[in-house]
Design a protein around this ligand. Structure first.
Ligand code: NAD
Length: 325
């Protein structure tokens, strides 16, 4: 498949593995890039900008294909030296950056000056148009189905993607709810130049997380995610475990939620431990509604090849037959 995404990034298949806290390390990103997609290292998963540079070097040893780095700018418990992370990305010679969260405008002169292709994750059309206006090269349009932060508008991809196709001039990637060939074919039909997957890549052999977590997502249905931090306007979609249910319960109490009341439950460090030791109620972890479509743990290569083959078959056979009947 050839789209503006594959052409601009020099990748074989129109499939991107988006930034994922604790998951986007060299093993994950290189497996996706080696399979012909775009792997992305998650900047803030590394404790320091120097550690990120080392991870970039490690990933280069594991793949000679293009890969990118995600820089997420959202509320954090400890302040993050974003400028230093951005500089480390540039100094490492990375050519593709996925920004997410707040407006990436302050970082664009640095990134664009270094010849970097910037993909900004947006959860609304107004943010997508703004990203285009300030000079981002592409946007990743994140529907309400997505894992992590879907924004506060609650608009699904069936509306967001056709709107993006009508209004944007720059290419866009469909993100949120994608995990199979039907999804890829539908995203291309709605005008996207490819798909972004996070949750689906967590349930692959190479994802650096405990088998219990992968199995829980295989067993889960589309009803097994929930929204937390709604009351703090920092909404996140996470797997519905006992900790997430506790957070929702605290937020439902009368009056404004104090982040301090939920902080011990949601610490990123606990999510990291959960991924390492497989204790499913240690903390929270991001998961999208697409868990309802996941029922196996393939390699990244098997997954990507299957999705592309399924999408091609749908386009060439089913859709072609319908159109030419
Ligand atoms: P952390 O340990 O600093 O914080 C834990 C969680 O609490 C995060 O979800 C964070 O957004 C939230 N949070 C922190 N301070 C807050 C406040 N004052 N008000 C409301 N919410 C607050 O974060 P981490 O888990 O190490 O993650 C690091 C960064 O990556 C954060 O910016 C986080 O939002 C982001 N992240 C994004 C996704 C995604 O799917 N887009 C998933 C995980 C983490």
């Amino acid at each position: 498949m050839k789209t503006r995404l594959t052409e601009m990034l020099g990748i074989r298949h129109p499939i991107v593995q988006g930034g994922m806290q604790w998951v986007g390390v060299a093993e994950m990103a290189s497996a996706v890039s080696n399979a012909g997609g775009l792997g992305i290292l998650t900047g803030l998963t590394q404790p320091t900008p120097e550690a990120l540079q080392k991870e970039i070097d490690r990933c280069r040893e594991m793949t000679d294909k293009p890969f990118g780095v995600n820089l997420t700018i959202l509320p954090t418990i400890k302040p993050v030296p974003y400028e230093e992370y951005a500089q480390a990305i540039v100094d490492s010679g990375i050519k593709i950056v996925e920004t997410a969260g707040r407006n990436p405008e302050p970082f664009l002169p640095l990134f664009k000056g270094a010849g970097i292709t910037v993909i900004h994750k947006c959860t609304s059309i107004r943010h997508s148009l703004k990203a285009e206006k300030i000079g981002c090269d592409m946007v990743s349009v994140d529907g309400f189905e997505c894992a992590g932060h879907p924004g506060e508008d609650d608009v699904t991809n069936l509306i967001l993607l056709p709107l993006a196709a009508r209004r944007l001039k720059i290419p866009f990637i469909a993100s949120g709810g994608f995990g199979d060939g039907r999804g890829l074919a539908a995203a291309l039909a709605m005008g996207a130049d490819g798909i972004n997957m996070g949750t689906r890549f967590m349930v692959t052999r190479e994802a650096p997380i405990h088998e219990n977590v992968k199995q829980a997502m295989v067993d889960a249905s589309e009803l097994d995610t929930t929204l937390i931090y709604r009351s703090l306007r920092n909404t996140a979609r996470v797997f519905k475990n006992s900790i997430a249910e506790k957070v929702v319960e605290i937020e439902a109490q009368p009056g404004q939620t104090d982040f301090e009341d939920i902080r011990p439950l949601v610490l990123g460090a606990k999510g990291k431990e959960l991924f390492e030791d497989g204790d499913l109620d240690r903390g929270i972890w991001s998961a999208g509604m697409v868990v309802g479509l996941i029922d196996d743990i393939p390699s990244c290569q098997e997954l990507i090849e299957r999705i592309v083959a399924e999408a091609e078959q749908i386009i060439k056979e089913r859709l072609n037959q319908i159109a030419s009947a």
